[in-house]
Design a protein around this ligand. Structure first.
Ligand SMILES: [Cu+2]
Length: 255
């Protein structure tokens, strides 16, 4: 390898490390023979009972406590709600322009508690309450994505999200409030419903890595602002193959 070629590859390698997203992209194509990935995330063993969270402010409107949303399990089906299921990587597939995520602040809770969106699209951030919420979003526990005050009931602000990763949204006014927002460069994600069920449709046939993510309910303690601190999120991956016009069923178990 010549010296200049070597220098060039070192530079490209450095660029790839510094800006890993530069190497990745997603192309929208027509998916004609797409398959479906479907399944259920269930809880195994005794379902932990979570302590309600204390409301530090505006308790006259919000109530003194709210139920913890860190783990929501259906007693009947054992399904785990609010788990994110997504493809780790996919280069091309279905359109995502109809995905219009809304993060509402309603009755002193963020709704939905867990949501997904595609990089480069807008997140609508709303306040349905007659009091101030301040939405503070950081990606992967570090870099700030947005910091927005919403003092007016009924107001909505749109923010374009340009980073991929797992975004944690908290409220500076109410330490019990929290949401999780997964931003991907493709639309192949789903959030499990109250029975832990999920479905990803119109997946081009092929082999993929399917990831399941749960925020974790294991309370470690509280920070100086009395914000609850949880253990590392739970992540599982599975190699799958999606058949043309067929369905692959994948189940996950949390415990
Ligand atoms: Cu708030």
């Amino acid at each position: 390898m010549s010296r200049s070629l070597r220098r060039c590859s070192v530079l490209l390698l450095a660029l790839g490390i510094l800006w890993p997203e530069a190497a990745r992209s997603y192309d929208v194509v027509e998916v004609r023979d797409g398959g479906t990935i479907t399944g259920q995330v269930t809880f195994s063993g005794e379902i932990p009972k979570l302590e309600p969270l204390t409301v530090p402010k505006d308790a006259d409107f919000c109530g003194p406590t709210v139920p913890s949303e860190a783990l929501v399990v259906s007693p009947k089906s054992k399904g785990v709600k609010n788990t994110v299921v997504y493809l780790e990587e996919i280069a091309k597939g279905k359109d995502f322009r109809s995905v219009r995520p809304i993060l509402d602040n309603a009755k002193c809770l963020m709704a939905p508690h867990v949501l997904g969106m595609v990089k480069g699209t807008d997140l609508a951030i709303k306040n349905s309450d007659p009091l101030l919420h301040n939405m503070h979003a950081v990606v992967d526990g570090k870099a700030m994505v947005f910091n927005l005050a919403l003092p007016i009931q009924g107001q909505t602000i749109a923010r374009r999200v340009r980073k991929t990763g797992m975004i944690t949204v908290t409220c500076d006014s109410h330490t019990h409030m929290r949401a999780h927002l997964l931003v991907l460069d493709h639309p192949y994600f789903a959030i499990t419903d109250e029975n832990g069920a999920f479905a990803l449709a119109d997946v081009p046939p092929g082999k993929y890595k399917l990831v399941v993510w749960h925020e974790s309910w294991k309370l470690l303690g509280y920070d100086k602002d009395k914000r609850p601190l949880y253990d590392q999120p739970i992540v599982q991956t599975r190699e799958i193959e999606v058949p043309a016009k067929g369905t692959v069923r994948v189940n996950f178990e949390l415990k």
